[in-house]
Design a protein around this ligand. Sequence first.
Ligand SMILES: O=C(O)CCC(=O)C(=O)O
Length: 272
Amino acid sequence: MHLTPEQVERYDLDGYLVLPARVTPDEVAALRREVARLAPIQCPAIKREHNGMARSILRAHEADGDTASPAFHALARLPRLLGPAAQLLRDDSLYIYHSKINVKPALYGGIYSWHQDYGTWQRDGTPDSGITTAMVMLDDAQEIGGALYFVPGSHRAGGAAHLEDPQSHALNPLSVERAALLNILTAREPVPIVGPAGTVVFFHSQLVHSSGHNMSPRDRCQVYIVYNPVANRPRPVANPRPDFVCSRNTAPIAATDDGALLALSKDGGHGH
Ligand SMILES: O=C(O)CCC(=O)C(=O)O
């Protein structure tokens, strides 16, 4: 399940790579059951929409904590995800910067304004933008459902100026500054990232992206697992953000068996 040289080249050029059917329907079903179990938990690692519905569930990939989930722990370590991440980053020693399950509930899930993730991660003290995110679709992603939009190749222009966005209800409060954004969006047409559940999309930390309101009657749940080289872990800064968005666990992660998530799905997804 490793990437071909052409796929790596595509990622380097466009800043993202779409891998259909990387996660099976049974595995998707197990992960969705876990989202339903986690969503009602009241804790700082779950951010909510204005009506109280879960918007982002963080840190489900760890073995401890309020949101720990054996199924998401296994997902983040599957060779099908970890192998390509190591190839794209040209580094075998990776840890998880953070993970989030963005639920975007039917009719209610709100927007994420245009940004580069590294705009915030740089302020965390992270030296380099060589970080990749694996986004896993747990629902079919459609344009009307608040799909993610990417500006292909926008990562190659480097860091855009970001401003605090007081309207933002996102974990990441920064948005690309308006004049820079007009230039970026005029130069390159954004593309909607749509596809069936089970699709995995890798994207670069400097790719300009956003998503709109979910106007559909269906939830649009997507998981984001951020892989960072251990050597690129954040340096100390004043007022560091919480561990659930900027992990202090920078030990390299090891791949599980490729069947680990499926095995959990057979015993109900909760592990032992
Ligand atoms: O889930 C989405 O639609 C966008 C998420 C995103 O861009 C972020 O969390 O930085």
